[in-house]
Ligand binder design. Structure first.
Ligand code: NAX
Length: 355
């Protein structure tokens, strides 16, 4: 390589290093389930500048169970090889306390899946799943409440996401931190179905609200969603399709992906996690909302304290608000009642874990 070209390259590297050290903001992000499928799609996007901005260096802590933690070295090698300017420290650990210390964001992706065999018993029942994961989220919540930053944001992806978040939040017992359970994948799936049915651009679908639980009882609201500003249900004008096809399509999409792919949704789930983080840290555009489950303050008659999917917006001061005044027709009210009852029965099943 000619000397001049070599010197120019060296100068560029030197300047970018100085810029990084002097001017970049820094953020600590912890991810559990770091060696899992979703994490594989998620992690590069967390440290590429796409999610937290090009001016923010991301220190990433990957957390795994002790049996798997060594594998994270391979993931870290790949993350280094991506060569993103925004990459800060990359750490792997099986110690949740080390992982979440001073964290700004914590993505709780890891959990024990349905169907796993524990002590010779195949875990199939939702109540067993709730209890097993409950134990994990109690410890993780306590560590977060004690050690993460006071304004930390926590996004629970691992299922059963709403009730895991409920357990984690109660265990954290830190009112200045904010907990979310992910429903953005459901919202993206619902938007895609509505856009396809209306032969509209997906970017024209707004205000997609997922009410309730991230489970087949969720209600992906087609009446308040809009396509080019008009009610999606009115644009589509086919109530039978909405009730008989659209709702089951969205509610059962996860299972359909598993049946087709032989593995659960990973790229789209990672994408939804990124969408949620971006929606939380950036002001929401007028006339739109984002979907995630947060603790109910009694809005829309939902029992206080449940982690419930609501229409949310981030205001210009960075505060997350539950959007008020959305009209709910009789159909919506029936659906919301079902998902509320499911969440109440999940809360009942883990009552001993939430004090
Ligand atoms: P994988 O089984 O590929 O990965 C999970 C990883 O979590 C494993 O590597 C496991 O060792 C780790 N893990 C388990 N317990 C842990 C603990 N206590 N601390 C740290 N790590 C732990 O699952 P993946 O496909 O990545 O899915 C992860 C979770 O996301 C599952 O619970 C899944 O059901 C849930 N999903 C949630 C979605 C949502 O919209 N909220 C959609 C996609 C996905 O199904």
């Amino acid at each position: 390589m000619p000397l001049v070209q070599f010197l120019m390259m060296e100068k560029e590297i030197f300047l970018s290093q100085i810029y990084k050290e002097k001017y970049m903001k820094e953020i600590n992000v912890a991810v559990t389930g770091g060696a899992g499928q979703i994490a594989y799609s998620l992690l590069p996007r967390l440290i590429s500048g796409e999610t937290f901005g090009r001016d923010t260096k991301v220190n990433l802590r990957l957390i795994e169970i002790p049996q798997v933690v060594d594998k994270l070295q391979g993931t870290i090698m790949e993350l280094i090889d991506c060569g993103f300017e925004q990459t800060g420290e990359l750490v792997s650990t099986s110690d949740i306390k080390e992982g979440v210390k001073d964290a700004d964001w914590i993505l709780l992706v890891g959990s024990i899946p349905r169907g796993i065999v524990i002590d010779g018993k195949k875990i199939e029942e939702r109540s067993d799943l709730l209890k097993i994961n409950g134990g994990i989220f109690t410890d993780q919540g306590a560590a977060i409440g004690e050690l993460a930053k006071s304004d930390a944001k926590i996004l629970v992806v691992g299922n059963p996401a709403n009730t895991n978040a409920l357990i984690g939040m109660n265990s954290a017992n830190n009112s200045t931190q904010q907990w979310f359970a992910m429903t953005a994948l459901d919202a993206n799936r619902a938007k895609a179905q509505l856009a396809e049915k209306a032969a509209a651009e997906i970017s024209s679908v707004k205000n997609m609200i997922i009410w309730g639980n991230h489970s087949p009882t969720m209600y992906p609201d087609p009446y308040n969603a809009t396509i080019n500003g008009a009610s999606a249900a009115e644009v589509i004008n086919d109530n039978q399709w909405i009730e008989d096809s659209y709702l089951p399509l969205v509610q059962q999409r996860g299972k359909a992906v598993i049946d087709a792919r032989g593995a659960s949704s990973a790229a789209s789930a990672a994408n939804a996690a990124i969408d949620t983080v971006k929606a939380v840290i950036n002001p929401t555009k007028e006339g739109d909302c984002f979907s995630a489950a947060v603790v109910s303050d009694g809005s829309y008659g939902i029992p206080k304290g449940l982690i419930f999917g609501f229409p949310l917006r981030t205001n210009s001061n960075g505060k997350i608000e539950i959007i008020q005044g959305i009209e709910l027709n009789e159909f919506a009210q029936t659906k919301i009642k079902v998902t509320t009852e499911e969440l109440e029965s999940e809360r009942e099943a883990v009552a001993d874990l939430i004090g």
